[in-house]
Design a protein. Structure first.
Length: 400
């Protein structure tokens, strides 16, 4: 009997018991759909994290106070710190440094008329925007003059500006930060990334030290490297320069230097493990679906024992019977896999739109999921098929 005829016979058999076939395929549908959806979610999360890290700045190195060995990080307002403005000034001359921006931060109430919001107040220099890859929507950014003269000027992030109802016409107007009047000189473009300046107000670092943060310590120093290929070399030179200034040595540093490459590598390893974990959990559903197929095929063999006996009596070989039931199991697996792909893609589109990273489709995941479902059909269909093929025709014809 040709394979096409066997496939047609299998489809007709399954069509005669649609509800049972659908319930049998349910495990495969859930398994394949889960694999496609969960892998898409993991890839979407990876893409989102990568975009957010990339949005923090171009060729960025971030220096923060604290020990690399103990994990203790200092630098909050009013506490001891290992980084100062003098460090930032000294590091600006290191080879490979394109721009450098020390910063301090605190939180305060920013108000305009009857509207107010509590947001992050960042004190930095004129290089902050270029180092952090910030773009202006309206107005201007901080200048060297405003920093040198401790002017009370401010640049708002897009979220903070929207909360306060400020727009293009508000440039030059007065706002208050912690009750102190400032002149609004600019509004940033939205970045929509974690760690960005969307919900913050940026003022000259000298002004922040005068009114909000005492001392010359800084929370962090952001360094823009001249090129991506120079990041590692510049990192080493910055490390040596800070060790020389602080009198520390390898293993006893009182600062930490983090690069985007390190963040991307860490996030990639975490999301990779997450993808494998989610895929493994979803694969359990496929195994459950395979057991369901095996169960229903064993029942089918028992129900069709006389039919098998008649086929063998008129000349059907054992391998013909085996192929017939094996193809039925494969049809169930393939149909369940196809429906599962549609369910998984629909779930991926929905989750991607809600999470904000959009639809991410992986053909390899679909191929692997369908291939796995077919393997499940073969593995769990072999036993019932062999049981049917080994039936003695005389015994089968006597079966009631």
């Amino acid at each position: 009997m040709r394979y096409f005829e066997l496939a047609k016979l299998a489809i007709n058999r399954l069509a005669a018991a649609r509800l049972r076939a659908l319930l049998t395929m349910l495990g495969i549908i859930i398994g394949v759909g889960s694999i496609v959806a969960l892998v898409s979610v993991a890839q979407g999360a990876t893409s989102g994290i990568t975009n957010r890290i990339a949005g923090l700045g171009t060729n960025l190195l971030t220096i923060t106070p604290g020990s690399t060995t103990s994990g203790f990080v200092r630098g909050a307002a009013g506490s001891a710190t290992t980084l100062t403005l003098a460090d930032a000034t000294a590091l600006a001359t290191v080879s490979g440094v394109a721009a450098i921006a020390p910063s301090v931060s605190t939180s305060a109430i920013v108000a305009v008329g009857s509207k107010n919001t509590t947001t992050s107040v960042v004190g930095s220099t004129s290089a902050y925007a270029s180092v952090r890859a910030d773009d202006l929507w309206q107005g201007t950014f901080l200048t060297d003059v405003s920093v040198a003269q401790s002017l009370k000027v401010a640049v708002l992030g897009s979220t903070a500006a929207d909360t306060l109802g400020l727009g293009a016409s508000s440039i030059g107007s007065e706002i208050t930060i912690g009750g102190i009047p400032f002149r609004l000189i600019g509004i940033l473009q939205p970045k929509g990334t974690a760690g960005s300046e969307d919900d913050s107000v940026i003022i000259p670092i000298s002004t922040a030290e005068r009114y909000f943060v005492a001392g010359t310590s800084v929370r962090s120093i952001a360094v823009s490297v001249s090129s991506a290929s120079a990041i590692d070399a510049t990192d080493n030179r910055l490390t040596l320069a800070l060790r020389s200034r602080h009198g520390t040595y390898a293993g006893n540093d009182d600062f930490t230097i983090t690069s985007q490459a390190q963040l991307l590598s860490t996030s990639a390893s975490i999301t990779g493990l997450l993808t494998l974990l989610l895929g493994g959990i979803a694969s359990i559903s496929l195994l459950v679906g395979g057991i369901g197929i095996m169960n229903i095929m064993l029942v089918s063999v028992r129900e069709r024992t006389r039919e098998i006996g008649i086929r063998k009596a008129v000349g059907a070989r054992g391998r013909d019977i085996l192929l017939q039931f094996l193809i039925e199991a494969l049809v169930l697996s393939f149909a369940g896999g196809a429906i599962g792909i549609l369910v998984g893609v629909a779930a991926s589109v929905l989750i991607g739109s809600l999470a904000g990273w959009g639809f991410i489709f992986s053909p390899i995941t679909v191929v692997v999921a369908v291939g796995f479902s077919l393997i499940v059909g073969v593995v769990f269909g072999v036993w019932p098929a062999r049981a049917a093929a080994r039936l003695d025709p005389i015994t089968a014809l006597r079966f009631e």
